[in-house]
Each structure stands twice: as C-alpha cells, then as structure tokens.
Ligand binder design. Structure first.
Ligand code: ATP
Ligand code: MG
Length: 319
C-alpha cells in the first residue's frame, strides 16, 4: 500500500480563458474543479496507474468537506483529519491563445497543535501498512518548518520507503531525516544547494549533493526530463539523465506529481532504475496533455515512453 500525505489539501479550479488579460472581465470557456494539493494529485495518478493508495492529511471547513466527498466520488481511498480552518481553493487560469498559465493560490488554513497531534496519531496508524509514504507539497501556515522532518523521523523504524517532494526550509530540514527519495524541480534544487546550475553536469552533481545532505536518492526534474542519483540501498549508486522532447502543453499543473506517481508505481512493480525513470518522465509529459493535476491518458504515457531517452552517466569522468 502507498500512503500520500497532503497537509495543505486544496480545491483546484482550472479555468480556460482565451486572451486572458489582467484588469478585464472574462468568461471561462471551460472549467474543471478537482481535489488537489500535491499528495492528492499523486494519489489520483497512482490510482489511475492501478496502484493501491490511500490519501491522508488535513482538510477543513466546507472546502474540506468537498475535498473529501469529491475524492471519494473519484474512488480515491482517503482518511483525512478534519480541522476547523477552511482548506484553500487554488485557481489556475489557462490561456490557450498565448499558451500561458496564471496561478492564484490561497495560503490555506491555520492549523492548531491539537489538530497536528490528531494527524500524527492517524498517520502513524495508517503508515503501519505502508510500503511507500509520499509526503508532498507545502506546509499550512503556522506549522513548524520541521514538521516533515518529524514525520520522516517517525517512519525511521519502519521499512517504508519515504518520498519527499517539497521546497524551501521544510525541505532543507527534512532532508536531514534521511528520506529515501527527494524530487525537487530545478528551481527548488538550486535554492537548496545554493547556486544556479548552468550545465547538465552541475545538476547531476547537485543530485549527488542532495544525497550528501541526507537523501537516499535524489531526482531533479525539469520540463525536458530529469537528472537522477539513485542509490539502491545495496551498494550501487548510479547517475542518469533522462530527456524527452518538450511537448506543447494543455496544462502543466501537477506534472511533477504525475512524474512522482509514475516513478513510485514503476518501482513498486519491480522495474529497473532506468525503466522507473523513463516511466516517470512519460507520466509527467502525459499530464501536460490534459486538464487537471495528476490526470493523464495511459495511451499518452505509452506514446511518451518511446520518446524518452535514458542515459547512465559516469560522473567521475565528467568531473
Ligand atoms: N512541456 C513538457 N513536455 C514534456 N514533458 C514535460 C513538460 N513539462 C513537464 N514535463 C514532465 O513533467 C516532469 C515534471 O516537470 P517539472 O519539473 O516542470 O515539474 P514541477 O515543477 O515539479 O511541477 P509541479 O510541482 O507543478 O507538479 C518532467 O520531468 C517531465 O517529465
Ligand atoms: Mg513539483
């Protein structure tokens, strides 16, 4: 069983607005509302890949009720702690004319110490049956930056693979608790490592550096694929670059989430490292061809698998 954690669950609205301009009145030609937040998106993608998954986290107010009801209607198993504060609504405006995407994200609710305690109790219970725990997205306001570190620490005594996809200070702190895998995008990785990457080798070296900071393995994503340092836990460490020709997107929201779902799904299915990476990139790319985060067509995944190039790189020879 895979467990995803979403402490800042959201209701995600995607509005299609041709010729969108700030300061004018527009009518959306299409709209889609789905439960969201990164862990929720990952759970959606994992379910469509046929993996057993349960989404947990915090959901509050009327928006929280809607999130839980809609998840259940989608057939995504979920067990959220209900909180008093109102879960956030996030809006993405997609303009197909200019191919731009404008995102408006609310901060989300303030969470009390008692609510966090209730979450930890529920989580440690659910995680007992987990092979993989995926912790993803931002922390709600007023939750200490060390909270993901605590969650990962609570899993140290279990056999579960811990996967962390977050940014900023929560990532900097939690990486020290030795998550099995981190998967920042380029910007998140640059912020963590403290410098910009100009060459591919820089990014590969950064992936290695993330492992020195405490992660078992590290994958750094970007729209053209990813750079990975994978440690199999049995003495083998390899670095890879994975490339896909950039596709014209319908919506890129949640590509990183679909990527991670693809990687974890391939991994629990026992695929090889290079196949896991190929599958991840193909799922991320397929996500760009549909509205909705963590939504993709399995036929697109198959099509993109054939377009994805995986190369193992001997970093020592590039140093
Ligand atoms: N335009 C694109 N064409 C092809 N593949 C894409 C494109 N954009 C994203 N992808 C795929 O999605 C993966 C993740 O993309 P990216 O690094 O942009 O995610 P992200 O910034 O973490 O996104 P988010 O956090 O919003 O889900 C990439 O590794 C790639 O496989
Ligand atoms: Mg991301």
């Amino acid at each position: 069983m895979i467990v995803t954690v979403t402490l800042n669950a959201a209701l995600d609205r995607t509005l299609t607005v041709p010729n969108f301009q700030a300061g004018f009145r527009h009518r959306a030609s299409e709209s889609l509302t789905l439960p969201g937040g990164k862990g929720v998106n990952i759970a959606r993608a994992l379910k469509s890949l046929g993996q057993p998954v349960i989404a947990t986290g915090l959901a509050g107010g009327k928006t929280g009720i809607r999130i839980v009801e809609d998840l259940t209607a989608e057939g995504i198993l979920n067990d959220f702690v209900r909180i008093r504060g109102e879960s956030r609504t996030s809006t993405a405006i997609i303009d197909p004319t200019s191919n731009t995407q404008t995102e408006l994200n609310e901060y989300g609710p303030v969470v009390t110490a008692r609510e966090l305690h209730a979450f930890m109790e529920k989580f440690t219970y659910i995680a007992k049956g987990a092979d993989v725990v995926i912790i993803a997205g931002s922390l709600p306001r007023k939750v200490k930056d060390s909270f993901y570190k605590e969650i990962i620490g609570a899993l140290a005594a279990t056999d579960a693979l811990t996967v962390l996809d977050t940014a900023g200070e929560p990532l900097r702190m939690a990486i020290k608790a030795n998550p099995g895998l981190v998967s920042p995008n380029i910007f998140e990785a640059e912020a963590l490592v403290g410098h910009e990457f100009s060459e591919d080798e820089d990014t590969l070296h950064a992936a290695v550096q993330l492992s020195r900071m405490g992660a078992g393995s590290a994958i750094i994503t970007h729209p053209g694929g990813c750079f990975a340092y994978l440690d199999d836990g049995e003495g083998s460490q390899k670095t890879y670059t994975v490339q896909i020709p950039p596709q014209d997107p319908i919506s890129t929201v949640g590509s990183g989430d679909a990527f991670l779902a693809g990687y974890v799904s391939a991994r629990v299915s026992g695929k090889s490292e290079s196949e896991c990476l190929r599958y991840a990139v193909a799922c991320g790319a397929a996500n760009t061809q549909k509205y909705g985060a963590g939504v993709f067509d399995v036929h697109d995944v198959k099509r993109f698998i054939t377009k994805t190039k995986v190369e193992e790189v001997d970093l020592a020879s590039t140093a």
